[in-house]
Structures are given as C-alpha cells and as structure tokens.
Design a protein around this ligand. Structure first.
Ligand SMILES: [Zn+2]
Length: 116
C-alpha cells in the first residue's frame, strides 16, 4: 500500500502501534505481569499447528491451506493464533525458569501477559 506511505499515514499507524505496545507493556508491568512480544519474523502462519511442518509456499493471498505433512486443513489466522501461544510461553519459560527468576521470585507461566 504505497499510498499509505505517500500521505504519511503509514508512519502514523506505526506510531500508534508503537504507542499501543508501550501502553500494554506499561499496564502489564503495573499489574506485575510479564510483557512478551513474539519476533515479527516468527512464521506463525506457515507452521502447521498440528505437526510443525513449515509451508514455505504459502502466499499472503492463501487464507486456507492443507498441511502436506498431516493433511490438516488450516485457516490462516486461527493457525497463526495456535502457533503464537506456545511461542509466547516458550519465550516466558526461557526468561523465567520455574525454580525462580533472577530476583528469587517464583514465576508461573499462567501469570504471563502476552502480546504479539
Ligand atoms: Zn501438519
């Protein structure tokens, strides 16, 4: 959408998204929750949420696809949501072992506040 950039709307949208993420992080910290952001290049739509097969042939126009590995039919956004959740928990688990964090506090994955 080059017209967005031509009129500066793209820049404003980026600024608004950045501010929204900053507010979510602020509120998470305020409520003693963890803020986790999944890497923007994590292939959430390309990974099969059932078997882990990565479909490199998937284009932006493909809203549904069938996994060649396990024959599961995926709806793009639902599949991405299924893949993002375990990735968020993995990030939290890496940063906070169950035996306690760097401050000696006990951390539970269920307490994680996530965005991404
Ligand atoms: Zn599969």
């Amino acid at each position: 959408m080059p017209w967005l950039l031509r009129y500066g709307i793209g820049t404003r949208i980026t600024t608004i998204c950045g501010e929204l993420l900053r507010q979510i992080e602020y509120k998470a910290l305020w409520n003693s929750k963890h803020f986790v952001q999944v890497d923007r290049f994590f292939p959430s739509t390309q990974l099969c949420s059932e078997c882990g097969y990565k479909n490199d042939e998937l284009s932006l126009a493909d809203r549904e696809w069938t996994c060649p590995g396990c024959r599961t039919q995926h709806f793009r956004d639902w599949n991405a949501a299924k893949n993002v959740r375990p990735e968020r928990l993995r990030i939290v688990a890496e940063g906070h072992p169950e035996t306690g964090n760097a401050c000696g506090l006990r951390v539970s994955l269920a307490e994680a506040c996530v965005a991404g």
